[in-house]
Design a protein around this ligand. Structure first.
Ligand SMILES: [Zn+2]
Length: 1020
């Protein structure tokens, strides 16, 4: 997009803003100094600290202290925290307190990172904000009130809701579709009030500012200075040549050159002024890795600004250093009636006609999975630790150590939400860093969980071992982290085919053994389990002595295997002539023996049959950088339509009383010995009398994909006879659904119709809906009527020199194992099951194994702790919520601050360096209503809860405080700015929910609400 010529603009502006007296120019330019500091992109966090981040804070604090008019906004808290804890002197800390108090240094966004908005789950977005906000509030007493999401690739409609709940007054985004931005600039619609949720409506709206075409970088301005007003030079990273040691001074700023610099700014300012409705111009000053030489930066800009401000009659505007808050206060005071935007998001993001940034939805799929598994492990670890801490006795575990294990994983999960992390758009060494941080954090939480189990395992678990320890026997502890009863099947790998599974009272448990799908010498043991909310089940697994011996105990059934002949793709057989059914209470899956592919699914309750066929396909991409556009870590740019990626398919069916598994192996070539792709589909058989509604109503699928050939992007395409009109529904961050009609595009239609799938997507017609639930992020699209395809894996290599030099490539030769669950049925059925089934996939029970000969083993090894005198009298009580309310978090954050704001500020003033103790009695509780207003006649109803009664299983509640999303505000004291709008407000309920009174903490939670509380329990 070319910048507009300035002369006509100047004329136009002259008409729009008649100049007042020379001393009072109408146009005010707010120069907002900032440095965009990626938390891992081309360089690791440690390298970045060394090369520039440390100097950003050192020099900015010094330069701001020197000159009162200067300002700076700080964004990424992971870096600030590393500087504060590891670098800053007491003097610098004092200066920061002073600068913050005077509003000269402003923290915006305040998350650990600037998170990606497309492929992140909103639980993780909240976590990373909470971690950053908790630190800032505890350390400085400040609460960010403005966002700065300026580099995330597209903007989600979940974000405005979350930021409103966190107490923000305005939201800044930048990377939206280039055509749309151009149109918005032209119509002066870059600012609006955004109602991100259709259920919450006006209640959680937020004023939103889209940065104009120049984005957040002053280096992107067309100017006469090469540096784009960034005079820092280039930071020196380890192993780099030292050519960039010195500041870049292509055109020094002095008396002679200041008019040239100033007129560059003037041209830019006047162009920008034509795109906004008020006479206040946001002028972001900085870019990636700037301000590590802040003295040079400010010294030069001081000269230019002074020159302009001394000549306002010539320039017709004034310039001032500003924080984001200064700018938004000015805009807010203008009293414009703003346009309202509804709950539609800004995805996908395209930067030009060939650059649809839809590839990153599936880049580094393995990291995307690890990030989510780390997050769900953390979720389980948090509530396990909280339950454990609320017990009267916890004799063998140091709470500070436990908190440290959780803290490490909280930070690792927060870090990977960065917009160059979970997106897969980073260099290889940075990938290693993310994986290492996540793995270390997960190991710590595994150890914590094992210690908790060890410490609290009831003595009666020994009952099941009454036969005495046997080699190879195991104690299995299963924890349900959800606050509902779940019935599900857990799968363990065992190395013996003949086993006995018993519960704590020695009774046999429904189980099934079958040959492992991937390990030739091992067996999959499926065990049916029903576990109340936040509770444990214990099982013992022992190898049978011998199959002949009559033990009087029931052994798990062994599944029977049916093998089918290989079918070739090109054989041109008739299809659908020979079908084999796989049946449970809810579905009949028909498999086509002519093709070995799925043929159809019959939903039994509604008696509806839908044709469903699945196959793996690949997009081929160009690898010559200069010949055509390429696919890379960011961009998806296929050569043409997807083609089948297999020639032959083999099928087997393992049928048993608990589960039937269909295994389909897809071979790239007819005579390949190993399949490149596989689908393992499971249908569970609900035992009589069990409450397995969700279990019955899903087809669980696991895929094996890879290794891919170079420059292939692999998809699973599901084709149905649903008449969908090619409309796809996909989620925003697991929070809400977006309708995605197919859009024709002259240049790039396939890629422009890809969307992120974070937790769910569906297609539907009048009769039926097919829902896909996912464990991790993927790309999703509907490229034909009745079709939905999920991009599972990408392997790309090209000759782009910049990417090669920076090791930012995607030659990903890994084999990935991914999970999707399918739900099928009428809208009424699937919309009721959709959310809860998604959570059942996200938060599957945690399974821990312990060797029975006394050694703690399996994947969760921990130090062996003996607990003399532990009599096993501990009784667990379930924690149960209504079906439409989800326990989004139950944790002990360990914050040191008082929840009384005045008291907290007084403490900070008294002694800034005081080492306060972590509050281990404050429990953070967040509840979410899962349904939209009109989604389900019953489940969409507001729910009234008595917190004392629902939390009884944890202890006796003595106080409840309602807080802002990230915990830093008492909601009754949080007064967000209201913005005038062109549409009348449509409020529902009250703006602020008063804190529930003691003794009767009843709360009513409305559709899509997320409510956060601090709970204090009675000391036992
Ligand atoms: Zn960035």
């Amino acid at each position: 997009m070319e910048p507009q010529g300035w002369l006509p603009l100047l004329l136009r502006l002259g008409l729009m803003w008649p100049l007042g007296a020379p001393s009072e120019p109408r146009l005010r330019v707010f120069v907002v100094p900032h440095s965009h500091m990626d938390v891992g992109w081309l360089h690791t966090v440690q390298e970045s600290m060394q090369a520039y981040v440390t100097n950003v804070y050192n020099t900015v604090v010094e330069e701001l202290t020197l000159e009162k008019k200067r300002r700076f906004i700080a964004v990424e808290q992971e870096y600030f925290r590393l500087w504060w804890d590891g670098v800053a002197s007491d003097e610098q800390k004092g200066q920061v307190h002073q600068l913050v108090a005077e509003g000269r240094l402003e923290f915006v966004l305040g998350g650990q990172v600037m998170h990606d908005e497309a492929v992140t789950h909103f639980d993780d977005q909240i976590l990373q904000l909470t971690e950053g906000h908790g630190f800032l509030y505890e350390t400085l007493g400040v609460r960010p009130q403005f966002s700065w999401q300026v580099d995330s690739f597209g903007a989600s409609a979940t974000t405005p809701t979350l930021f409103a709940l966190a107490g923000f007054n305005a939201h800044v985004i930048s990377r939206i579709d280039y055509n749309m931005k151009e149109a918005m600039q032209y119509k002066r619609e870059l600012q609006f009030v955004w109602r991100g949720s259709r259920s919450l409506s006006a209640q959680q709206e937020i004023f939103t500012h889209v940065l104009d075409q120049f984005g957040y970088c002053s280096s992107h301005l067309p100017t006469t200075t090469l540096e784009g007003f960034n005079w820092d030079g280039k930071p020196v990273f380890p192993r780099q040549h030292g050519d960039y040691l010195y500041p870049s001074m292509g055109m020094p700023v002095n008396e002679d050159t200041v008019p040239v610099h100033s007129s560059s700014i003037a041209i830019n300012v006047l162009a920008r002024a034509s795109w906004f409705q008020t006479a206040h111009i946001l002028w972001p000053w900085g870019c990636d890795r700037e301000f590590f030489n802040a003295s040079q930066q400010f010294a030069n800009m001081d000269i230019i600004m002074e020159y302009i401000n001394n000549n306002t009659s010539e320039f017709s505007f004034s310039m001032e250093y500003a924080t984001l808050g200064d700018y938004f206060r000015a805009v807010h005071s203008d009293q414009v009636a703003w346009q309202v935007r509804d709950h539609h998001d800004f995805l996908p993001y395209s930067s030009d006609k060939y650059h649809a940034w839809t590839g990153f939805y599936a880049s580094r799929s393995g990291l995307k999975m690890l990030a989510r598994r780390a997050s769900t492990l953390l979720y389980a670890g948090e509530s396990m630790f909280t339950r454990y801490m609320l017990l009267a006795l916890h004799p063998n575990l140091d709470p500070a150590w436990g908190l440290q294990q959780l803290q490490q994983l909280r930070w690792a999960v927060s870090e990977v939400q960065h917009h160059d992390a979970i997106t897969g758009t980073h260099a290889l060494k940075v990938d290693d860093m993310f994986v290492e941080h996540l793995s270390t954090g997960m190991q710590g939480v595994h150890t914590l969980m094992a210690s908790i189990i060890q410490d609290r395992s009831p003595a009666h678990s020994a009952c099941s071992l009454s036969a005495g320890p046997e080699p190879g026997g195991r104690l299995v502890v299963v924890y349900n982290p959800l606050a509902w009863t779940i019935t599900t099947i857990i799968t363990l790998t065992v190395d013996f085919p003949s086993v006995r599974v018993t519960d704590v009272s020695g009774r046999p448990v429904p189980a099934q053994v079958q040959r492992s799908k991937e390990l030739p010498s091992a067996y999959d043991l499926h065990v049916l389990t029903t576990i109340p909310g936040l509770s444990y089940q214990h099982y013992s697994i022992r190898p049978s002595r011998s199959s002949q011996e009559d033990t009087g105990e029931t052994e798990p059934s062994v599944a029977s295997t049916q093998q089918f002949a290989v079918r070739l793709r090109r054989r041109g057989r008739r299809m659908g002539q020979s079908l084999v059914p796989v049946v449970n209470d809810c579905y009949i899956i028909f498999l086509d023996l002519d093709t070995n592919l799925m043929h159809s699914i019959w939903e039994r309750q509604s008696n509806q049959k839908v044709q469903v066929t699945q196959q793996f396909m690949e997009y081929h991409v160009n690898s010559h950088f200069n010949q055509d556009q390429i696919s890379d870590n960011y961009v998806f740019r296929p050569d043409g339509r997807a083609e089948p990626a297999w020639e032959a398919v083999r099928m087997e069916i393992m049928a048993g009383p608990l589960v039937t598994e269909i295994r389909q192996y897809f071979y790239r070539e007819v005579d390949d010995s190993e399949p490149t792709f596989a689908i393992y589909s499971r249908l569970a058989h609900r035992p009589q009398g069990s409450d397995g509604e969700l279990l019955c109503h899903r087809i669980e699928q696991e895929y094996r994909v890879g290794p891919l050939e170079l420059n292939r992007e692999a998809i699973l395409r599901t084709s149905t006879d649903l008449n969908t009109g090619q409309v796809l529904y996909s989620d925003n961050n697991g929070y809400q659904m977006q309708r995605r009609p197919y859009r024709q595009d002259t240049w790039n239609t396939i890629a422009q119709n890809y969307y992120p799938l974070v937790q769910s997507a569906f297609i539907q017609d009048r009769r039926s809906r097919l829902v896909l639930l996912s464990e991790q992020a993927h790309g999703v699209s509907s490229q034909g009527n009745g079709q939905v395809e999920v991009m599972l894996h990408r392997r790309l290599w090209n000759n782009d020199k910049w990417a090669l030099d920076n090791d930012l490539t995607l030659n990903d030769s890994s084999v990935v194992h991914q999970v999707l669950w399918l739900l099928m049925g009428p809208w009424t059925l699937t919309s009721g099951l959709h959310q809860r089934s998604g959570l059942a996939l996200q938060h599957r029970p945690v399974v821990m194994l312990r060797e029975m000969n006394g050694e703690v083993g399996g994947p969760f090894s921990a130090p062996v702790i003996t607990a003399p005198g532990w009599n096993g009298s501990w009784k667990q009580k379930a924690v149960m919520l209504p079906s439409s309310v989800h326990l989004q978090i139950l944790s002990i954050p360990g914050w040191k601050y008082s929840s009384n704001h005045t008291e907290h500020l007084q403490t900070l003033r008294k002694d800034q360096n005081r080492e306060a103790k972590a509050d281990l009695r404050r429990v953070l509780l967040r509840l979410q209503h899962l349904y939209e207003v009109d989604q389900d006649p019953v489940l969409s109803q507001p729910v009234t809860l008595n917190l004392q009664s629902v939390l009884r299983g944890l202890g006796s509640v003595v106080s409840v405080e309602e807080r802002s999303l990230t915990g830093t505000w008492d909601v009754s004291e949080m007064h967000r700015w209201t913005w005038s709008t062109q549409n009348p407000h449509r409020h529902r309920g009250k703006f602020n929910h008063p804190s529930p009174p003691l003794g009767g903490p009843n709360i009513t939670i409305y559709p899509k609400e997320i409510r956060t509380f601090f709970i204090h329990f009675q000391e036992q």
